[in-house]
Design a binder for this molecule. Structure first.
Ligand code: ARG
Length: 460
């Protein structure tokens, strides 16, 4: 066999066309999905009487052999194997002869490639969600180890209020929990079988798309054959889920970069997870964190790239759709690798909790506690804010320490000044979901529960 369409063509393809057109270099990673799809298709053809039992058995055996050959690296690809579908069908026909030539009955590469990619995406989304869960577990573990440690919480990158380190770490954990939900949702979008849509319109043959959908473990079959072969929403959704996950990893990376700087000094990275400088002997660089930040750009690029590819496409299949796989594969690989490295970095770094506390213990960080003290005495908050603001202004102008000014104020006094003592302010965040020890203990419980729920969904 030369090309799949040789019957209609007088000559073979030009070299440049072949080089541009071939997708085998990247779509061969879907070989087991392609073979699974063919198995289901062939069984269905046998079931509806389009293939004899003997032919069905011969094709199934040839598919088994082909799968083993590819898995073991013994498969010899031919020049004209433009994609994995062509390669598998060519080999099956070599092995099963006339029966193999019936494999493609009622099927097109258009419904075939969509089937393969959906099967691949379904599995990969669950798999990656598991890698996210591992990262969440590291954050949860570090949050537990952090115990009562606290650091300044920031808004505008200005010190705002002290927060428990555990609270800060769990904040990233909750963002990742939403990523797990999104990855699983993208997997669900992929969970619809397009097989049986043919090139675009279905078939005159008595195919049974419900049967193949069930055989392949899809939750449903397509409703509209035109939509089935052109829908790549699931790829876009996967790329979005991966992009947002990448953005979350980037934010973690950015913070670790800041925290590892000598200006912050909040963390020390383990040697195995940091790099040196070729010129400056004293340097220890947070490359993993920087790459986590850098890779997000590439992920967003993949998402916007595919959206752009799709936006002008008329129904139904167009070769442009072949551009769906490389970004998806690369995004999955990139996110996986980034998470593994970040996981190691976060699991092994040391938090310099003394340095954190020192930064958080600026008396100004407790200013709102003073205002709330006045509120508890019945003063309207706006007024209390202004009173404390006045003391802060005086302290900053050198008219005495904030503590002395507060002690001297009859509305505040020595009891209120106690709130400025190191480590006190953080304990006063008592509301649900807040940054203080009691609330964080409850939150950590709930986070552990969330992880357990996720785990159940992942192993379903
Ligand atoms: N390699 C192709 C892709 O990835 C398979 C589908 C080809 N279909 C076609 N009508 N040429 O999209």
């Amino acid at each position: 066999m030369s090309t799949l369409w040789h019957g209609r063509f007088a000559g073979g393809p030009a070299e440049a066309l072949q080089a541009l057109n071939d997708s085998l270099p990247f779509d061969q990673r879907m070989f087991s999905q392609d073979i699974a799809g063919s198995r289901a298709h062939v069984r269905m053809l046998g079931h509806v009487g389009l293939l004899t039992a003997a032919d069905t058995a011969a094709v199934l055996a040839a598919l088994d052999t082909t799968e083993t050959e590819i898995a073991e690296g013994a498969f010899v690809f031919a020049v004209n194997d433009e994609d994995i579908h062509t390669a598998v069908e060519r080999r099956v026909t070599e092995l099963a002869g006339a029966a193999g030539a019936r494999l493609h009955t009622g099927r097109s590469r258009n419904d075939q490639v969509a089937t393969d990619l959906r099967l691949w995406t379904k599995r990969e989304m669950v798999d990656l969600a598991g890698v996210v869960a591992d990262l969440q577990a590291v954050l949860a573990q570090q949050a537990e180890t952090a115990g009562p440690a606290y650091l300044p919480g920031y808004t505008h990158l200005q010190q705002a209020q002290p927060v428990l380190l555990a609270h800060h770490l769990l904040a990233h954990g909750w963002a990742l929990a939403r990523d797990v939900d999104r990855l699983l949702a993208a997997g669900q979008s992929a969970d619809v079988s397009p097989l049986g849509a043919g090139a675009l319109a279905g078939s005159s043959l008595p195919l049974d798309p419900d049967m193949v959908a069930q055989e392949l473990g899809f939750a449903a079959r397509f409703e509209n054959s035109l939509d089935a072969v052109s829908d790549r929403d699931f790829v876009v959704e996967a790329l979005f889920a991966l992009s947002l996950l990448g953005v979350h990893l980037s934010r973690i990376g950015e913070e670790m970069i800041l925290w590892a700087s000598s200006e912050f000094g909040f963390v020390s990275l383990d040697d195995a997870f940091s790099t040196g400088s070729s010129m400056l002997p004293q340097k220890k660089n947070p490359d993993i964190a920087e790459l986590a930040r850098g890779k997000a750009g590439r992920l967003i690029g993949h998402l916007t790239g595919l959206l752009t590819t799709l936006k002008g496409l008329p129904l139904t299949y167009n070769k442009d759709l072949q551009e769906d796989k490389e970004p998806l594969f690369d995004a999955c690989d990139t996110v996986r690798l980034t998470m593994l490295a970040l996981n190691g970095m976060l699991a092994t770094l040391t938090f310099n909790t003394e340095r954190m506390a020192e930064s958080a213990d600026s008396p100004y960080a407790a200013a709102v506690d003073l205002a709330e003290y006045l509120v508890a005495q019945g003063m309207p908050f706006r007024e209390a804010h202004a009173v404390v603001g006045g003391h802060v202004q005086n302290a900053l102008a050198g008219h005495g320490s904030l503590k002395d000014l507060v002690t001297a104020d009859p509305c505040l006094g020595a009891e209120a000044a106690e709130l400025l003592a190191p480590g006190v302010a953080v304990t006063r965040r008592t509301t649900p979901g807040g940054a203080g020890p009691a609330a964080v203990a409850v939150q950590a419980e709930r986070f552990a529960q969330k992880l357990a729920e996720q785990q159940t969904r992942l192993t379903q």
